[in-house]
Design a protein around this ligand. Structure first.
Ligand SMILES: C[S@@+](CC[C@H](N)C(=O)[O-])C[C@H]1O[C@@H](n2cnc3c(N)ncnc32)[C@H](O)[C@@H]1O
Length: 271
């Protein structure tokens, strides 16, 4: 068994290599692509861009994209994918972003939940605010704590197998460790059948509530325009799996928001 500290989970090249197999393009990808198109966002900041699936898709559609992420293993995957040469990649957190006058900032794949402490979360929102033009938008999602998705993060319910061209067959599963208020800790296992390695990382995710996320946005100087409960842009309900926020930076006021057409696929892994 090989243990990977929680903070370096995204730094392990083996785990970075299989990330897209576990988290392929899905309804969330379509949602953010449509949002960028409907907003006529020419410049986009992807905070916590990871392996760059969305950043590269946006760049291939003609948007000017900057992707920032602290994990070099994830960025290495991102640079190599089609369209990687079109994106400006920065290693680090949102503090790396300058006053960019960007149209849109996104945090996808539940990055908001990976940033667990309040100080870093508030600093991330403040940096996004500074990097946007007046009226520019920030969009991100966080899992809805009311649906308690962690109850399914058991080895039995989460086990699945993926096959990577380099690393071969990998069996992946989660094991819940504890729920401590808004903080959920769990192990994620990746057993690489070729090498026999069982790579275990300990993860913590923060399940902020809708009011807490709203307050943090207002505190950072954003106006909350929309909170959706799912990728079809439905309102938040008791069974909504996601809290999807679209907020605008104060200033000159945003251009009108155009609702793109709804899509239906879902992305459910504990990424
Ligand atoms: C679950 S992945 C999401 C990646 C990608 N956005 C997606 O949609 O698949 C979370 C990413 O957040 C990054 N991350 C961790 N802490 C961060 C921080 N403080 N600021 C920005 N990104 C961070 C990790 O390195 C990792 O690549």
């Amino acid at each position: 068994m090989v243990a990977v500290a929680g903070a370096t989970k995204y730094e392990d090249p083996r785990l970075a290599a299989i990330y897209d197999l576990l988290n392929p393009a899905s309804a969330d990808t379509e949602f953010y692509l449509s949002l960028a198109e409907s907003q006529v966002a020419s410049s986009i900041l992807d905070i916590g861009c990871g392996t760059g699936l969305l950043a590269c898709a946006l760049a291939r559609r003609g948007h000017l994209v900057t992707g920032v992420d602290p994990a070099s293993a994830m960025l290495d995957v991102a640079r190599r994918r089609p369209g990687g040469e079109l994106v400006r990649w920065l290693r680090g957190d949102a503090s790396q972003l300058s006053a960019a006058q960007a149209d849109l900032a996104i945090m996808t794949g539940h990055v908001a939940q990976v940033i667990t402490d309040d100080e870093s979360w508030n600093a991330t929102l403040a940096a996004a605010q500074r990097a946007l033009r007046p009226g520019g938008r920030l969009a991100f999602e966080s899992r809805n704590p009311n649906t308690r998705p962690w109850t399914k993060w058991t080895p039995q319910q989460s086990r699945r197998t993926v096959t990577d061209p380099v690393y071969g067959t990998v069996e992946v599963w989660y094991r819940l460790i504890e729920v401590d208020g808004e903080r959920v800790r769990f192990e994620s296992h990746a057993r690489f059948q070729t090498s026999g390695d069982d790579v275990v990382s300990t993860n913590e995710l923060r399940f902020r509530t809708q009011p807490a996320l709203t307050r943090s946005l207002l505190y950072a100087g954003f106006s909350v325009e929309h909170i959706f409960g799912g990728w079809d842009r439905q309102p938040v309900g008791a069974r909504s799996s996601e809290l999807i926020f679209i907020a605008s930076r104060g200033g000159l006021g945003p251009p009108p928001f155009v609702h793109p057409s709804p899509r239906s696929r879902h992305r459910a892994a504990a990424s």
